[in-house]
Ligand binder design. Sequence first.
Ligand SMILES: Nc1ncnc2c1ncn2[C@@H]1O[C@H](COP(=O)(O)OP(=O)(O)OP(=O)(O)O)[C@@H](O)[C@H]1O
Length: 247
Amino acid sequence: MTVLELSGLSWSVGAVTIVEKVDLAVDEGEFVAVIGPNGAGKTSLFNLLSGVTRPTGGTIRLDGADITGLPPHRRARRGMGRTFQSSSVFPTMTVSQHVALAARAAGVKKVADDGEGVRSVLERVRLGHRGDDLAAGLSHGDKRKLELAMLLAPTLDQGGGGPRLMLLDEPMAGVAAEEVDELTDVIRTLHRTEGRTVLMVEHHMDILLGLADRVAVMHHGTLLAVGTPDAVMADPTVQEAYVGEEL
Ligand SMILES: Nc1ncnc2c1ncn2[C@@H]1O[C@H](COP(=O)(O)OP(=O)(O)OP(=O)(O)O)[C@@H](O)[C@H]1O
């Protein structure tokens, strides 16, 4: 079943077209990676998907319903959650307090910082042992895990299942090489074991092998190619787009 469907999705600022006529259908439980050279329009596409910016053309459908004009919080209520490219944790708050705050901000009542709900969410992202620590002391990899926990938190009162569709904007950015495997594992679990649909912006193809079902390549705002990681890597037009950059 198609969860997310983009048709002719476009975004221009003045005379500059930044996202141009993107067509993409994502099935339930699928993992689609969005890659592309710097400035290709990946984050702009995510901003359109999450409702941070309004498209100047085209439509976005979630579970068949047109959500093109809905603000971010209404999309969140329909099961869409998003992380941002830059890390957004507060250094002077503890890890548990972050999760509780994210839950309260989404309207979950009676959330205890040290409660069972918060603990179980932290365990799912492998931060169960860090609940009382200040976020300032976390490594980049652990900060990214905390952001994932905060994405799950708004559904704490319904078992903490989290959004059915997760949009992850470069979750590996700034993460040390030795932490990448574990973070990849956490994301894989959220996807496979929990049956969640994931869209993820990622620069490094090697991370996506074994994680993504399909890879969508953006270039100059358009979708250049969509296919399995192997097919996309072997595509001469993709290789050409990446000249001078590592695929
Ligand atoms: N609000 C805006 N106004 C004008 N131009 C913008 C705006 N937002 C983004 N752009 C431009 O649109 C293009 C795409 O930017 P975007 O951040 O979406 O690319 P990206 O693929 O995510 O890049 P990176 O890999 O470097 O994060 C860039 O040339 C950027 O300068």
